[in-house]
Ligand binder design. Structure first.
Ligand SMILES: [Zn+2]
Length: 345
């Protein structure tokens, strides 16, 4: 008779990634046949435990295990995880595949897409791509972008906890007044990003990032509310995903429409820095200004303070300076138009 406690635990060495972070912690995953898995660091401290939510073999890459509490474990090459409990495919991937439409619909969409490119150009193709994009994919885009940004451009925020709390309170008030996020939920993250200076940017799923540099440069809650309101509008009006798709290759779009999100997801992850090079169109900027000012005003702030933000940045950097102005270009009479909104509120 072999009692369960006699069963020798299996383990794999590798690295752990904390929730929403790209920090790599050398770690070990320990499990018993058919039982729970336990993720621990090299000092034996428990990081998380439970049945893995998904096990995903990236083609030509590492094996990723999704664990409860948004932890991820990347197994070292050659680890034997054949007895590891949990679904064999990544949760994201299998969800994306569950959406996999029936063949006829796929063929129909492909034909329509080909026709649409020929007839109306990219705008319609982007609209179709956005229409068929499931929430799970948008969430992966947010998480993937954040991981790439953390690895490449961003450090942990140096903003004090008290100040972060203040800014989160502004964000919470805005969130109540803003139209809902079309995919997922709004949330605000803080990062130290010297390379891009005083800046804020949004991801399609509702993740908004504000830099320490912006909070250091602008103390005024009305200005912060104006900027954050503007970013929420880019999310609620689906500008971010539209720009991502526009900037993406047609290969990416066709892959999405053809319903094979495997390589698509990886491209999206790899192209995370795309977000930082995005420049919204004049139309999107005007819409985000209008809606952002309205949201900030409804939340009890002076939304028109957004104009002060642009003026200050122009003073600091010149009209075509770096930072926010390049990702949110200040077209001509933008400041004046924002000022004019005061009368129309
Ligand atoms: Zn903008």
């Amino acid at each position: 008779m072999v009692s369960p406690s006699d069963v020798k635990p299996f383990h794999a060495e590798g690295h752990a990634y904390p929730p929403l972070s790209s920090r790599r912690i050398p770690a070990r995953l320990v499990w018993r046949d058919g039982g729970m898995a336990r993720l621990q660091d090299h000092d034996g401290n428990l990081l998380t435990d439970g049945v893995p939510l998904g096990i995903e073999q990236i083609p030509g890459g590492p094996l990723l295990v999704e664990l409860p509490g948004d932890w991820q474990f990347e197994a070292a090459p050659g680890s034997d995880v054949s007895t590891l409990p949990g679904p064999r495919k990544g949760r994201r991937l299998s969800r994306a595949e569950a959406w996999h439409p029936r063949l006829a619909l796929v063929v129909g969409l492909c034909l329509f897409a080909a026709f649409a490119i020929w007839r109306w150009g990219l705008s319609v193709l982007v609209a179709v791509a956005m229409w068929v994009t499931p929430e799970s994919v948008v969430k992966v885009i947010d998480a993937g972008n954040m991981a790439v940004i953390d690895r490449t451009f961003a450090d942990d925020s140096r903003t004090s906890a008290a100040r972060q709390k203040e800014v989160q309170a502004i964000f919470a008030r805005l969130r109540e007044q803003a139209p809902p996020a079309p995919w997922g939920e709004y949330r605000l993250l803080f990062r130290d990003m010297p390379a891009i200076g005083p800046n804020a940017f949004a991801m399609p799923g509702g993740t908004v990032v504000v830099t320490d540099q912006l909070l250091e440069r602008f103390d005024d809650p009305d200005v912060i509310a104006g900027v954050l309101g503007h970013e929420l509008a880019h999310v609620s009006e689906r500008h971010v995903l539209a720009q991502l798709y526009r900037a993406g290759t047609s290969y990416l779009l066709v892959t999405l429409i053809a319903g094979d999100p495997g390589p698509l997801l990886q491209d999206m992850l790899r192209e995370g820095n795309l977000l930082l090079s995005l420049s919204y169109s004049r139309h999107h900027e005007a819409e985000a200004d209008r809606l952002g000012v309205a949201t900030a005003t409804a939340a009890g702030y002076d939304g028109v303070a957004l104009a002060r933000f642009f003026e200050a940045l122009e003073e600091d950097f010149g009209a075509d300076g770096p930072s926010w102005l390049s990702t949110h270009p200040a077209h001509g009479d933008r400041i004046e138009r924002i000022r004019d909104m005061a009368g129309s509120q």
